[in-house]
Design a protein. Structure first.
Length: 266
């Protein structure tokens, strides 16, 4: 006969209950013997980052300061001059010139960008103020991970393709679009996917994003690169440029200003 057969559940539950009751007492007695200094951590010291009003943080890489596109290049012709239109402290999409991307490659970062939908914008659904933000570009066309920029102010389209969507993957938590004719802001944290030496996925890409100070994605794990047709998949890549899309919709082109990025986990 099993030597524990005569025992009831009370024989097991009671000791556990007693230990759970006593544990907080021991913890409290331990804390009573401590001083405030016992839990103070002084190293490492976070670096000082200056934040002048209406300017990029002091440790940011400025991607557009209102004067030129020196930080950018054509996605299909790396090394050449970006041919979007600069003027008045902003730059505007030049649709025939194609997509542009940063000359510098990035991995994990914080990004700030401001965009403008023309007041007299026309069109509907995807054909209205469309210009995607590719958080990591893996090719000259629309390859990579697209965060959708679109006029979604009283302009209904499929939810996983509206402003703030991770295109064809994740619907934004809210639609904070302002009406055309007003500057709008995007702030996000991008964690790039990590791959093994054999090309296998170690950890997926993640994004937390705000539009006009409203949270639209909270640490979302992407399923792979975004596609117009087909399901998302990952393919191994390293640090990548940030890309802005010259979409072929017939509406008037949109504009950008005040773009900067802070590299993380360096």
């Amino acid at each position: 006969m099993n030597k524990y057969a005569h025992m009831t559940y009370k024989h097991f539950i009671l000791p556990v209950f007693l230990m759970a009751s006593i544990a907080p007492v021991f913890s409290q007695q331990k804390n009573e013997k401590m001083t405030p200094k016992d839990t103070e951590v002084w190293e490492p010291v976070p670096p000082v980052v200056a934040t002048p009003k209406d300017q990029a943080p002091s440790d940011a890489i400025v991607l557009f300061d209102g004067t030129n596109l020196d930080a950018w290049e054509p996605a299909k012709r790396p090394g050449e001059k970006a041919e979007w239109i600069v003027g008045g402290g902003t730059f505007t999409v030049n649709k025939p010139a194609g997509n542009i991307q940063t000359k510098q490659r990035f991995e994990d970062y914080q990004l700030h960008l401001e965009y403008y939908i023309p007041k007299d914008i026309d069109g509907e659904e995807q054909g209205r103020g469309n210009s995607g933000l590719f958080l990591a570009s893996t090719g000259p066309n629309d390859e990579g991970y697209e965060f959708q920029i679109l006029d979604s102010y009283e302009n209904r389209t499929y939810s996983n393709g509206q402003l703030g969507s991770i295109y064809k993957q994740f619907i934004p938590l809210a639609n904070p679009a302002r009406k055309p004719g007003e500057w709008q802001s995007i702030d996000l944290v991008w964690t790039a996917p990590k791959f093994g030496t054999d090309g296998s996925l170690i950890s997926p890409a993640k994004i937390t994003a705000f539009i006009n100070n409203v949270l639209v994605h909270n640490n979302v794990e992407l399923k792979g690169e975004t596609f117009y047709i087909g399901h998302p998949v990952y393919k191994a890549h390293g640090p990548s440029p940030i890309k802005l899309q010259s979409h072929g919709d017939p509406s008037k082109p949109i504009s950008f200003r005040n773009i900067w990025v802070r590299e993380l986990n360096k």
